[in-house]
Design a protein around this ligand. Structure first.
Ligand SMILES: O=P(O)(O)O[C@@H]1[C@@H](OP(=O)(O)O)[C@H](OP(=O)(O)O)[C@H](O)[C@H](OP(=O)(O)O)[C@H]1OP(=O)(O)O
Ligand SMILES: Nc1ncnc2c1ncn2[C@@H]1O[C@H](COP(=O)(O)OP(=O)(O)OP(=O)(O)O)[C@@H](O)[C@H]1O
Length: 427
């Protein structure tokens, strides 16, 4: 992931040894805090090892603790493109993105209460207006896609209990020291709006900023398929106003969103095209189970593994080698579709230089910032059948319920239109 996303964005952490008794106690202590849906997963209490990561809610550009206030915005952007693979059988998948379709199933199953207006394609568009809309939508309905921390403490978004910890007014109150509104209003609804607008603008600027280059020429996947999701309320409203919905500015090549999208697009075949290849690898492993190690199914994720990921040919020669390459690329892509971006921001002291750290201007002062990526452990090979089933569940549910509803609304409108005849009588 360092090779794909860039050194500065990825923190590998280090493996540390822990006393078994400590891990056991820790596991017991956190169990009651874990959301029900995560309780099928356990801490590994037997290995005696753990990963020690830096606290990513703090600036990563300084190696000692800072005493200035620090804000951190965590975004889980999810998949930013619509599948372009010819193996896709559901027409809907070429029009509506997975996130927007999945929203309906999530609400139906009770994971979330409300459909979000957020669409990843808006965030990844590079178009400032669309990005602002995406960020505002995340602020309105955070789900597990947005969290805000102040000095390392969660101040906005869902905690583990899946209920929001504060409302927008409270958030604006927390943010005021960072983004004092330039119009001078210090309280009231105008102030809340001004502060939130400032936050959205700053985050957009950070997301579009470019830092170091990832490994030269690592991936060059051109964005194929539609750039707009038909379910996004932003594009729907433009479409209804008869405006061009395909407007996008494209992401700068050095920014993290661009790099993340490139890794996501390693999923070239979509799960529908990938699943038969997974079955081919499975069949081979059933026959030759001892080959699992040679095929690097469970790692090591080394240079040999990385080099194979760069083979973007989609010509299937019927070999296990081809199938394996596509399976491993899919796992990497899935990881990039589920990772989080941590943006840490801290005001620069007036009159001091920025110490050559990246800074972003805001209405109040300049903000030093750092961007990191979280949750980059490779998705397991075993999760592929689950992905296959979930994909068809999401599309079928969306097609049956939402699209059917849209059709009904359209046909009712048509009938109403037919029946509505205005008769003028002479008086
Ligand atoms: O499949 P998705 O898109 O629902 O993603 C899962 C996430 O749900 P989300 O849609 O973000 O609410 C899900 O998020 P939550 O734990 O529900 O917050 C996990 O990140 C899951 O990954 P893993 O199986 O724990 O490694 C994610 O599963 P993977 O598909 O990435 O394996
Ligand atoms: N290094 C870190 N610094 C700051 N916050 C972190 C860090 N690691 C994790 N977090 C916070 O904890 C949350 C969960 O982390 P992560 O997604 O890595 O766990 P997970 O592997 O999904 O957990 P599990 O599978 O045990 O439920 C993140 O969304 C983030 O808010």
């Amino acid at each position: 992931m360092k090779d794909f996303l860039g050194e500065n964005y990825v923190h590998c952490g280090e493996v540390v040894q822990l006393p078994l008794e400590f891990v056991k106690q820790l596991c017991l202590k956190i169990q009651c805090e874990r959301p029900e849906s995560r309780c099928d997963k356990d801490l590994d209490t037997f290995s005696g090892y753990a990963m020690c990561l830096p606290n990513l809610t703090r600036l990563q550009t300084f190696h000692f603790a800072e005493h200035r206030p620090i804000l951190c915005v965590e975004i889980k952007p999810k998949c930013g493109f619509i599948p372009f693979s010819n193996d896709v059988t559901h027409e809907m998948k070429h029009k509506v993105c997975r996130y927007c379709m999945h929203q309906h199933l999530k609400v139906a199953t009770g994971k979330w209460k409300k459909i979000s207006k957020y669409c990843p394609l808006d965030l990844y568009s590079g178009n400032k207006q669309r990005m602002h809309f995406a960020l505002r939508s995340l602020l309105q309905e955070t789900q597990n896609n947005l969290r805000i921390f102040k000095n390392g403490e969660l101040i906005y978004g869902c905690g583990d209990a899946r209920s929001p910890v504060a409302d927008l007014k409270e958030l604006a109150h927390h943010l005021k020291p960072f983004f004092f509104p330039s119009n001078g209003l210090a309280s009231g609804p105008h102030c809340t709006k001004a502060v939130i607008r400032e936050l959205v603008h700053v985050i957009t600027r950070v997301l579009l900023s470019s830092s170091e280059k990832a490994r030269a020429g690592a991936l060059r996947l051109g964005l194929q398929g539609p750039r707009v999701c038909e379910a996004s309320p932003f594009s729907r409203s433009l479409h209804n106003q008869g405006k061009n919905t395909s407007e996008h500015s494209g992401l700068p090549k050095g920014c993290l969103l661009y790099k993340t999208l490139q890794v996501q697009m390693l999923d070239q075949l979509d799960i529908e095209g990938l699943y038969p290849l997974y079955k081919r690898v499975e069949q081979y492993l059933e026959e030759f189970p001892e080959e699992r190690k040679t095929l690097q199914i469970d790692g090591p994720y080394d240079e040999v593994f990385y080099q194979k990921l760069l083979d973007l040919s989609t010509e299937d020669d019927g070999t296990v080698a081809f199938a394996l390459t596509k399976v491993q690329q899919y796992r990497v892509a899935m990881t990039a579709k589920d990772c989080s971006i941590m943006i840490a921001l801290s005001p620069c002291l007036q009159g001091t230089s920025s110490d050559q750290r990246p800074v972003i201007p805001s209405s109040r002062s300049r903000l030093a910032f750092s961007v990191s990526v979280l949750d980059l452990d490779l998705k397991p090979y075993e999760s592929i059948p689950h992905q296959y089933k979930l994909d068809s569940k999401i599309v079928n549910y969306y097609s049956k319920t939402v699209h059917a509803k849209d059709d009904t609304v359209r046909s009712t409108r048509f009938k109403e239109h037919e029946d509505c005849t205005l008769v003028l009588h002479k008086v």
